[in-house]
Design a protein around this ligand. Structure first.
Ligand SMILES: Cc1cc2nc3c(=O)[nH]c(=O)nc-3n(C[C@H](O)[C@H](O)[C@H](O)COP(=O)(O)O)c2cc1C
Length: 203
């Protein structure tokens, strides 16, 4: 579906037990999960978080990948990605389909590159972060760099996140119950339990 972010497949309607956990605010909330992923780990985390938001009662969850033209595959791509992240460069990204100000929360996901956010996510935050009413951040990583990345994303978006989640790549790949699935669920619940944000400031 061009021109629109993908809606998360909702599956069967909420069960009675699940509905008991859903607040009226969560059910009327609109959330966008937007992410960049080079090799699929952050994509998997984004899809799991989108499902967790839905299970927390959000019926309107959209998901959009940040498209970034340019070769970042293989060893040469890895080296380029590391250099661009270290130098905090901007990059070209595809036009964003979602209308950010129309979402109550925008959840931004990044792989960690050179102890900071991936270059396409840096550019997304620079160009669009201030359009979001409220933000939450998540990352996937080998071992560290989440704090620096989240700090930079906060500055670029011009607002503090309502929640953050740092995940290890191996826990995501293994579907680790305690270190990935349960934490994604808690992250979704925290995002919906925060107070509504103000509309973005006019430029
Ligand atoms: C250029 C580059 C630099 C990286 N730097 C770090 C780092 O500083 N710290 C870390 O824990 N992982 C680092 N990683 C590992 C990635 O964060 C990790 O593999 C991530 O889960 C990949 O997500 P993706 O599959 O969505 O692209 C780096 C990966 C790349 C490609």
């Amino acid at each position: 579906m061009s021109g629109q972010p993908a809606a998360v497949a909702l599956g069967p309607g909420p069960t009675r037990r699940r509905a008991a956990h859903c607040t009226a605010e969560a059910m009327s909330m609109k959330v966008l999960v937007v992410y960049y992923s080079r090799t699929g780990t952050t994509k998997k985390a984004a899809e799991t978080i989108a499902a967790a938001l839905h299970n927390a009662g959000v019926t309107d969850v959209d998901i959009e990948r940040i498209g970034a033209p340019g070769e970042r595959k293989g060893m040469l791509g890895w080296l380029r990605a590391g250099r661009d992240a270290t130098l905090k460069r901007a990059t070209a990204i595809d036009p964003v389909k979602a209308d950010l100000p129309s979402y109550d929360r925008v959840v931004i996901g990044t792989p960690i590159w050179a102890f900071t956010c991936a270059t396409p996510v840096r550019t997304f935050c620079e160009q669009h972060g201030r359009d979001a009413r409220q933000v939450a951040f998540f990352c996937t990583m080998g071992g560290g760099g989440d704090q620096g990345a989240f700090r930079e994303m906060e500055v670029l978006c011009g607002r503090a996140p309502v929640a953050t989640l740092a995940l290890r790549e191996r826990h995501v790949k293994q579907d680790d119950q305690g270190k990935f699935l349960d934490r994604a669920k808690e992250f979704g619940e925290t995002i919906v339990s925060t107070a509504p944000g103000k509309p973005p400031d006019k430029p």
